[in-house]
Structures are given as structure tokens and as C-alpha cells.
Design a binder for this molecule. Structure first.
Ligand code: NAD
Length: 274
């Protein structure tokens, strides 16, 4: 039986120096916040996601300059298994290693079960759940070779509890929590951890898009939507921030978190304590 020793003492200010991270869906919102935080902690980063090419290039250059790390970009579609395989292969070819994989890309659709469009169900399951299976299975061999890896799955409070009208999203996020546990168990002896972060409401473009729509639907103000609709379940009545999630992803990626694996950690202001 080996007694563990900390093999790698990294400077506190850049604890991820020398690491390579890939964050899916990192052209916006939580993914971008996590990518920035990983880069600020010293990791090279591969961005991924949709958006305006010029804007993405500007973001890539800004993070690279501010954090003095290499930042690349893959436009791979997370609903396409072959593109996902190509993205991981290209990241390994360019950077020579992949240490931190953040499965963050996600989409949402809200409709009653009987009216839920079948193609939306398929699309949400593909992007919010299956993409993490495809990225993880492609990334694990390199992590196993290095005897180091961090897989961080951005699930949701909806990976732990349900809300009506979100059948596909809730099913996908519960599935992602299950995948997290299996990944953790299969890699536990190899220096690899896998955890799920389960945010409640976080202020991002995905949420901003819902505020005006809900205000119109309910005939109430934006403030009322935020307090009485969106944050109705969130006891602390505040949105979490992308910076808070970025800091958590950095911590889970450090050597200090080596024994944290297989968990689904709520960051939900008390929502799932109900
Ligand atoms: P967002 O819409 O701001 O960002 C989503 C990102 O995913 C974008 O970069 C987008 O380009 C990318 N993306 C979407 N489809 C893709 C595809 N097929 N291939 C590649 N990239 C794709 O959303 P967000 O609020 O930042 O959400 C990020 C993750 O966090 C999602 O998994 C979401 O379910 C989860 N989450 C968000 C909240 C919240 O309140 N915002 C709460 C809990 C969980």
C-alpha cells in the first residue's frame, strides 16, 4: 500500500502551469468563464463552441495575452461524434497532452412532455450528455498515460432534481451525473478524477434569453421574472457567477483536489437543500 505524497508542488498563483485544458462550449457564458479561470491559473486552453469567427479569434488572443498561455480553438460540433474525436486528436497533436477536460456545452428546450419535439430531445441528449461520453473516452488514454487527469462535467441542479417541462434537459443532466460516477470509478487508481458541478441559475446569455420571454409570457417585469420565476427555487435569491464556477473548476483541477472524485457538487444557493 503506497502512502500518497504530493508529487508536484505548483506555485500558488499559477497552480495549473504546464497543464493543457479543453473546455467544450467555451465561446460564451460558463464555459468561457471556466476557460478564462483555467488560463489565469496557468493552463494552456483549447476553446470550443459556436459564434462569430472574428469575435472568437479576439477572445482567443485576449486570453492568451492576458494569461501568457497558448489558446487554440476548435469549431467542432458537440452533437457530432466524429467531430468530437477529431477535436480531441487535434488537441493532443497540437499540445502533446490533455490534462483537464471540461464538458460544458449544453442547450435547453422547454415544452410539456407530450409536445416535446422529438428532434429537440435527440439534440439535447446528444449535446448535453452523449458529447461528454465521446470526449471522455477519447481523452482518457492520454490521461492514463500521464497518470493525471481531471474530467469536470458541468451538469446542473437539474442533474439532481427535476422541474416540469424540461424532460430532455433533466434526463440528460441526471445522465451526466451518472456518467461522472462511472468515469470516477473506472479511473480512481490512475491519478484521474471526474466530478460534476451542478449549478443553479448562473447569469449567462442562456439565462438572459429567457428573461424577456418569461416577462412577456407572464405579463410581469424583468425584476419579477428574476425573483419570482427564475430564482423562485434558489433560496439565496442571487445568480451564481461564471467567476465562481471558474474558481471551482480551477480548484478541482489542482493537486489539492486529488481525493475528490465521483461527486456531484451543487452550486445552487441552497436549491437542492429543500
Ligand atoms: P451559453 O448558451 O452561454 O453557452 C453555451 C455554449 O455551448 C456556447 O459556447 C455554445 O456555442 C456552445 N454550444 C452549444 N451547442 C454546441 C454544440 N453543438 N457544439 C459545440 N458547442 C456548442 O450557456 P451557459 O449558460 O453558459 O451554459 C453552459 C453549461 O452550463 C450548459 O451545459 C448548461 O446546461 C449548464 N448550466 C447553466 C446554468 C445557467 O444558469 N446558465 C445552470 C446550470 C447548468
Amino acid at each position: 500500500m503506497n502512502i500518497p505524497v504530493t508529487s508536484r508542488i505548483a506555485p500558488a498563483s499559477r497552480p495549473l502551469a504546464g497543464r493543457v485544458s479543453l473546455v467544450t462550449g467555451s465561446t460564451s457564458g460558463i464555459g468561457l468563464g471556466i476557460a478564462r479561470a483555467l488560463a489565469a491559473a496557468g493552463s494552456d486552453v483549447v476553446l470550443n463552441g459556436f459564434g462569430d469567427a472574428t469575435e472568437i479569434d479576439r477572445t482567443r488572443e485576449r486570453i492568451s495575452k492576458e494569461c501568457a498561455v497558448t489558446v487554440s480553438y476548435s469549431p467542432a460540433d458537440m452533437s457530432e461524434p466524429r467531430s468530437i474525436g477529431d477535436m480531441i486528436a487535434a488537441a493532443l497533436a497540437q499540445h502533446g497532452r490533455l490534462d483537464i477536460l471540461v464538458n460544458n456545452a449544453g442547450i435547453q428546450h422547454v415544452a410539456p412532455l407530450e409536445k416535446f419535439p422529438v428532434e429537440k430531445w435527440d439534440q439535447i441528449l446528444a449535446v448535453d450528455l452523449s458529447s461528454a461520453f465521446h470526449t471522455t473516452r477519447a481523452a482518457l488514454p492520454a490521461m492514463r498515460r500521464n497518470r493525471f487527469g481531471r474530467v469536470i462535467n458541468i451538469a446542473s441542479a437539474h442533474g439532481l432534481v427535476a422541474s416540469p417541462f424540461k424532460a430532455a434537459y433533466v434526463a440528460a443532466k441526471h445522465g451526466l451525473v451518472g456518467l461522472t460516477k462511472v468515469t470516477a470509478l473506472e479511473t480512481a487508481e490512475e491519478g484521474i478524477t471526474c466530478n460534476a458541478i451542478c449549478p443553479g441559475y448562473v447569469y449567462t446569455p442562456l439565462i438572459e434569453a429567457q428573461i424577456d420571454g418569461q416577462a412577456r409570457a407572464h405579463g410581469i417585469s424583468r425584476d419579477e421574472v428574476i425573483r419570482d420565476v427564475l430564482l423562485a427555487q434558489q433560496p439565496n435569491k442571487r445568480f451564481a457567477t461564471v467567476e465562481e464556477l471558474g474558481a471551482l473548476a480551477v480548484f478541482l483541477s489542482t493537486d489539492a483536489a486529488a481525493s475528490i472524485t465521483g461527486i456531484a457538487l451543487p452550486v445552487d444557493g441552497g436549491w437542492t437543500a429543500h
